[in-house]
Design a protein around this ligand. Structure first.
Ligand code: OSB
Ligand code: MG
Length: 368
């Protein structure tokens, strides 16, 4: 296989509603899309880096730079026999996993199309449908939060995650648990607390949350192990896990009982699958996180979520929760049972709408 060309496009997509986390508010997504040409077949990937370096150090700009100036030169004269080799080819570049994943996942799509297989099958996934949950940003009031949760439950979603931060944590959790005693409920702090907050976080045990996601430092696995020993609620790590060794360390020192896998954060499908296999062998369940992706990123998330250890509902929800109109055909839809049917067409199984993508494109660069 050989990549003869990469087309980078930056599209701008306004969110239907602002999304607030402990690190900021997003109203418009700037999304770099990666279109690769592999032996005459097109593959698509999405870079999940943020507009600002708040969730991670990567941004739209750093990813563009790394792809153009480092990843493309490593790829352009290179022959390889499978997309599974790309992760090692890129290993010279330290970090910048979101940039790597944008390209790597696009090559996986192209390989699946060449082989006339759904990407989920090529990755080794077996599920015909995946379970879907929602991530709800910090709301202006408890009433607004309850109304949002009511709406998502009525739509069928199997699990509710709310964002928390200091000043908006115990009360929203208490209100939701008293209003919805039996739902699968969890919170995500996006690193907003320190170990000194352990007594406050301990109060969350009262609400039987299925997990608390990334309460402490974005690169602090050790303190999560200290916190986990004090909590009954399982800790799930997101920001801390960038590769296999992080996952191994976190599991072995007891820093978490669950791992959120994001393709961008770990550098693509090969790395994600390796972490998945480790977690499966250690009986640590995983689920697929989201990064407010367009349909291209969503489609890759769906394919990954078909692997067997993705036993918990992920943050992969319907296109229409975020976008007035997505950039793929058909859009991602969620059934009344809170499931997404895995597409059976080759590759990611959803067709990029090129006209719409071009009309949303603010910047474009062709590498060849
Ligand atoms: O921590 O999971 C997170 C969005 C942006 C950055 C970080 C996170 C999130 C989400 C959104 O929770 C999940 C989604 O895409 O629906
Ligand atoms: Mg998270």
């Amino acid at each position: 296989m050989h990549v003869s060309k990469i087309t980078l496009r930056e599209i701008h997509l306004p969110l239907i509603a602002p999304f607030q986390t402990s690190f900021g508010i997003t109203t418009l997504r700037r999304i770099p899309l990666v279109q690769v040409e592999v032996d005459g077949v097109a593959g698509w990937g999405e870079v999940t880096a943020g507009e600002d370096p708040y969730y991670s150090y990567e941004t739209v700009e750093t990813a563009w730079h790394i792809i153009r100036d480092f990843l493309w030169p490593m790829l352009k004269a290179r022959e390889f026999s499978s997309a599974s080799e790309i992760h090692d080819i890129f290993s010279h570049v330290r970090g910048h996993n979101m940039a790597k994943a944008g390209v790597e996942t696009a090559i996986w799509d192209a390989e699946a199309k060449q082989k006339n297989l759904p990407l989920a099958k090529l990755l080794g996934g077996a599920r015909e449908e995946i379970s879907s949950g929602v991530s709800i940003g910090i709301q202006p009031s408890i009433d607004a939060l309850i109304a949002k949760v009511e709406k998502e439950l009525a739509a069928g979603y199997q699990r509710i995650k709310i964002k928390i931060m200091p000043g908006s944590d115990i009360e929203p959790a208490r209100a939701l648990r008293s209003r919805f005693p039996r739902i699968r409920l969890m919170v995500d702090a996006n690193s907003a607390y320190t170990l000194a907050d352990a007594p406050l976080l301990k109060k969350l045990d009262e609400f039987f949350l299925i997990m608390i996601e990334q309460p402490l430092g974005h690169d602090d696995i050790y303190s999560h192990a200290q916190l986990q020993r004090q909590l009954d609620t399982p800790i799930c790590l997101d920001e801390c896990i960038h590769d296999y060794e992080h996952a191994r360390a976190a599991i072995e020192i007891g820093a978490c009982k669950i791992i959120n896998i994001k393709l961008g954060r770990v550098g693509g499908h090969t790395a994600a699958r390796k972490i998945h296999d480790l977690c499966q062998s250690k009986s640590v369940p995983v689920w697929c996180g989201g990064m407010l992706e367009s349909g291209i990123g969503r489609a890759h998330n769906i394919a990954m979520s078909t692997l067997p250890d993705f036993t918990l509902p992920g943050d992969v929800s319907a296109s229409k929760r975020y976008w007035t109109e997505d950039i793929i055909e058909p859009e991602v839809e969620v059934s009344a049972r809170g499931t997404i049917r895995v597409p059976t067409a080759p590759g990611i199984g959803y067709a990029p709408r090129l006209d719409r993508i071009e009309s949303l494109t603010k910047r474009r660069e062709v590498l060849e």
